[in-house]
Structures are given as C-alpha cells and as structure tokens.
Design a protein around this ligand. Sequence first.
Ligand code: ATP
Length: 296
Amino acid sequence: AVFAASSLGQLSEVWGEVSAASGAAERLFEILRVKPEIAAPAQPKALPMPVRGEVVFDNVSFTYPTRPDFRALDGLSLSIRAGEKVAIVGPSGAGKSTLFHLLLRFYDPSSGTISLDGVAINAADPQAVRERIALVPQDSVVFAASARDNIRFGRDEASELEVERAAQQAHATEFISRLPEGFDTKLGERGVTLSGGQRQRIAIARAILRDAPLLLLDEATSSLDAESEVLVQTALQQLMRDRTTLVIAHRLATVLSCDRIVVMEHGRIVEQGTHAQLVARGGLYARLAKLQFEAA
Ligand code: ATP
C-alpha cells in the first residue's frame, strides 16, 4: 500500500527536496515527475525505439537504506513479455510495492539488474525510464483544478479532444458531464468532492492519456459501490489493453483477467501460474485467495 496517501508522505520524506522545491503537480507520483534521487549516469544509454515494454528482473536483491539488515527483495528473477499482464499477489510486506519503486528508480537494486526493452534501467536516464511508465496508485490524488486539468496532468500538451477521449475510455465522461460545469468544474479541496470510484476513473483517464507502454497498477483495497466497481473494472480493461501490465491485485476479477499470477513472500517469488493452477496447487496462493476473494 505504498502509494496510499500516508505513504506518499513516507516517499516524500525520501524525496524531501522535491516536495520542498516544487508544486503539487510535481509531487503527484502517478505522473512520475519526481526528481530521481539516484544518480543519473554521465552518459545514459538510450532506450530502444520503438518501445516494446519488455521487463526483466534478474536476480534482484534490495535493502531499503533505512533498514540495512532487512532484504525487501531477495534474489528475485522475473521476465515479463511485451504486452503481458502479470498480477502480483502476496501477504503484506512481501515486497510487491518494492518492485514498483525499483522500476520507477526511486531506488536502485543492491544487486542484480532490472532491464526495460533490453537496457539495464540504471544505465538509462531515469526520466526516460519514467516516461515509459504509467502508474495508477491505490489512492489517486485529485487536485484543486478543473476536471479537465486533472486529467491533463497525464500529459500536459494533450488537446481538449484528447482529454475528452481519455475520459470517455476511462468511463469518466458520464459523471463529469453531470457536474455543475462539466469538464470545467473545479475539483478538490474547495471544489466538488469525488467518490473513490470517480477518483480512480480520473487516474485511469490520466494513464490512458499518458499512453505509456508499461503500466503499474496498485489496485485499491477498499471496496467501491457495485456500479463504480463495474465501471472501474471496465476502464481498467481498456487501460491494460496492448500494454505490459504489472498489477498488485486485490480483486478476483483482476487476477482472472491477467495472463499470469506471481505470488511473492519474503521478497521472493514462491509460486506462479494461472488462478486455476495455483488453486489446484493448494499452496500460499490458494490460502490467500480463500481469505481475500471469498470475503469480497
Ligand atoms: P503491502 O501489501 O502491505 O503494501 P508489499 O508486499 O507491497 O506490502 P512492500 O511495501 O514492498 O511490501 O514492503 C516490503 C518490505 O519493505 C516491508 O517489510 C516494508 O516494511 C519494507 N519497506 C517498504 N518501504 C520501505 C521504506 N521506504 N523504508 C524501509 N522499509 C520499507
């Protein structure tokens, strides 16, 4: 739950300099404009064009600087094909969010290599890496700005038509058009307050607009009302289409829609396969699925 509001604070402690120096938009992790703390290589290697969206973790171990005697990731290897949808599940503290932190280069691995389209990401320009990634956090931030500008945070130079098309694909148009001033309605602190499901659809519209080949999705744990649930799921399917997707999954529907489920525990991958395979195996996934999905 690292991208939840509380942990945004945690992260911005790490990137304190960033939040002190820049405005709200700069602090929005989902648009990935946080200045990388890790050193950019003097001669960054270019990521290949066209982008494919293939991700490889090769024997990656990682220790958070504040907890030097604890391995958040412990020799993890994982190859994700371009376009593949991978659900990450596992108990709290297993290291799921840490995978995202390393891909986004908030930190570098202590050992091992992460590559994107065949290039080690620590040899590339961190900003170039982030440009290829869209992040949809658990708890999306809505700014004190119009609905239109809130979506446009996904890509500043997007035209009105592009913003409206992204809203459409994210199933956000219907509720936005019912707001007092439609797309011009001010949201956030002094404006209209959105429901959880509406905020998520704004975040999905941002990510659609961003149009990055690699999608990192930290699914919300809190339940939405039934109508929002259906709309958010449909919007997510649209967003995941044709993109490599890593999703920290909390919903059965999401897990079932992925090509592969990766089960993590203690910073390692302990099982992987499809839902049916893993349930039949009767291991950690089977136990987690019983707790998590049958309760839902
Ligand atoms: P959850 O489902 O609860 O979000 P997770 O599987 O995403 O858990 P991570 O957030 O990746 O787990 O955390 C892995 C381990 O690293 C945990 O023990 C956590 O306490 C620790 N950890 C996470 N972030 C930090 C940090 N910024 N500094 C120090 N330790 C951290």
